[in-house]
Design a protein around this ligand. Structure first.
Ligand code: FAD
Ligand code: DLZ
Ligand code: SF4
Length: 519
């Protein structure tokens, strides 16, 4: 091939209709895929996350080759591997003298910065295309956000409903009676729950080879590979989606916020890894959900809830990320500086809720939304854990974690580190919330009903410690202010007992070190 077009495809761009491939001639194109040390170690990702990405990349490369494309694939162990995207593109430029490099914008700011330097570095034009697998472009989100005093997800979400036509009537009204059925997404766990297991995809030879590579090169990283069963191809991801729409969507809505010890997925879709890799198309999933409603197979609170997570939250956090980067990375509005406790890595804590969420995270590289938000996130917020530590943890431990989605959820949603641009108030809660929404507390040595002293649920005193620590900032917030009336009604002795109990808990927290980044 003389002077072909070079098309680098990154690990989360595994879509056959990627903008950089669309309309391109196979005999004129070199596709470049790269396993690189820099990506695999900029944080010490969970072993399942690396195995998933490398395996999905290798399967995708094979699929492209089968379809007649020329794919050059750098394996991590290749002797000449330069360990970085830029280094690998440079080698490919040497080999092929391309007339153009055409790439889709990166998911992460860090990588986008590197890609933007390619034009000055290489002797050919570099085209960076918008990633149109997202339903809202970065430019459209900026336009939506411009001049708005408040960037609430709900406003964005309604705009997206109108724009996509999802769950809209012909007269432009939301289907059902409401825009948002969040209130009907909060059923506590019940005996009648009997969630069917999600499909597990046993590793084939290609995945097995990657698992061995990960064990040998990343063996000290967090997490277990024993139960690896993620979909690694579009075909497998489609099966996972079929099973979700056949067996779980009906109850997805009511039990969206429920938590059950040992039950890692309940009625959640478990599709985030596949969507984020590019194996599944978010809009197609929303259309399938809408169809389930129209076919009478799922109620509106399930379907609206699912669609809201995708065209609402998912698109919103992505726009939010690009709007506020790079500042979002270092935001720390609540000036939280405590190091992350060791038990986030080991699970060695008497708090049954945290121990179970860490177990699921270690074994599956997954925890569902409310575990991430109201257990692990809530504790980090109340205890004043440094956002940098928390961001690193979430980026490492989840198989679906990429900075564009992890960072807004962590910094802005759980830690309020952005000072309230995303959330109207901090998601702070005492043990009552976890007790209501889970069966954890019945299996815990602490009691959610005990407020202070020995045996009290740690979330209770930590809640008031947090609220009083940030009174200056939060009291004027109309959604929070009235809570201080409860505090003021307590006698001084009770208040002191809360604060002393919280201090005693905070003193017991052993800082973690060396898990998230190579030191
Ligand atoms: P379901 O409950 O079935 O939801 C359906 C889909 O909606 C998900 O697959 C996902 O694509 C989307 N979605 C739901 N909530 C969110 C959200 N808040 N932000 C973006 N997309 C959403 N999701 C990630 O994909 N990667 C992350 O790194 C990530 N980090 C998170 C960190 C914190 C602190 C919190 C609170 C949430 C985070 N989420 C993240 C969102 C959410 O927890 C996961 O998307 C979800 O648990 C994945 O499981 P599921 O596919 O079964 O989701
Ligand atoms: C997460 C990850 C890892 C661990 N390794 C690679 C890799 O070696 N090669 C690659 O192309 N992508 C990898 N990824 C995913 C990238 O970090 C992801 O594509 C970013 O979002 C790029 O912005
Ligand atoms: Fe968690 Fe407190 Fe319940 Fe124990 S009592 S499971 S620490 S919320």
């Amino acid at each position: 091939m003389t002077q072909p077009i070079l098309v680098p495809i990154l690990g989360d761009q595994l879509s056959r209709n990627l903008a950089s491939l669309r309309g391109r001639k196979k005999d004129d194109t070199i596709i470049l895929m790269m396993e690189v040390w820099e990506e695999a170690t900029y944080v010490r990702h969970h072993k399942q996350k690396i195995a998933l990405i490398f395996s999905a990349m290798r399967h995708f490369a094979a699929e492209l080759e089968d379809a007649g494309w020329t794919v050059e694939y750098t394996r991590l162990s290749d002797e000449e591997n330069t360990d970085s995207f830029t280094g690998e593109v440079a080698r490919a430029v040497e080999r092929h003298d391309p007339r153009e490099i055409c790439v889709v914008e990166a998911g992460e700011w860090r990588v986008q910065q590197a890609m933007e330097e390619w034009a000055g570095r290489f002797d050919c034009p570099v085209t960076i295309l918008p990633d149109d697998r997202y339903i809202c472009s970065i430019a459209d989100f900026r336009e939506w956000a411009e001049d708005r005093a408040s960037l609430r997800m709900e406003t964005f979400y309604r705009e997206m409903r109108r724009r996509t036509g999802l769950l809209m009537t012909d007269s432009g009204k939301p289907e059902g009676t409401e825009w948002n059925y969040d209130k009907e997404n909060r059923k506590p766990p019940a005996d009648e729950m009997d969630p069917p297991p999600r499909p597990i995809f046993p590793p084939d030879a290609m995945t097995q080879e990657v698992i061995e590579l990960v064990e040998s090169r990343f063996g000290t990283h967090f997490g277990s590979l024993d139960d690896f069963g993620w979909p690694v191809t579009r075909e497998e991801a489609e099966v996972a989606a079929d099973v979700f729409f056949a067996e779980r969507i009906e109850r997805f809505g009511p039990y969206q916020d429920a938590m059950v010890m040992g039950e890692d997925q309940l009625y959640h879709s478990m599709l985030s890894t596949s969507i984020n890799l590019g194996l599944l198309d978010p809009m197609e999933l929303c259309l399938r959900a809408q169809q389930a409603l129209h076919d009478g197979k799922a109620p509106i609170n399930s379907v609206e809830g699912f669609i809201r997570q995708i065209i609402g939250w998912r698109e919103y956090v992505r726009g939010f990320y690009w709007l506020f980067m790079p500042g979002l990375q270092t935001a720390n509005a609540l000036e939280a500086h405590r190091p992350l406790p060791e038990f986030y890595w080991t699970g060695a804590t008497d708090m049954a809720c945290i121990a179970d969420c860490v177990r699921s995270t270690r074994d599956n590289a997954h925890a569902h939304h409310i575990q991430r938000l109201m257990v692990l996130g809530n504790f980090a917020l109340l205890a004043g854990i440094d956002p940098q530590d928390v961001q690193d943890w979430y980026l490492v431990v989840y198989a679906d974690a990429y900075e564009w989605v992890e960072l807004p959820n962590v910094s802005a949603m759980i830690l309020y580190a952005d000072g309230g641009k995303l959330a109207s108030k901090p998601y702070a809660a005492s043990g009552n919330y976890i007790n209501r929404m889970s069966d954890y507390c019945g299996k815990c040595i602490y009691s959610p009903r005990k407020k202070t002293g020995e045996g009290a649920c740690p979330f209770n005193p930590l809640y008031w410690h947090f609220m009083t620590r940030h009174r200056d900032r939060l009291e004027s917030n109309h959604r929070v202010g009235r809570i201080y009336a409860n505090w003021d009604r307590m006698d001084e002795e009770k208040q002191q007992a809360y604060l002393d109990s919280a201090e005693a808990i905070l003193e017991t927290l052993t800082p973690a070190s060396g898990w998230a980044r190579n030191i």
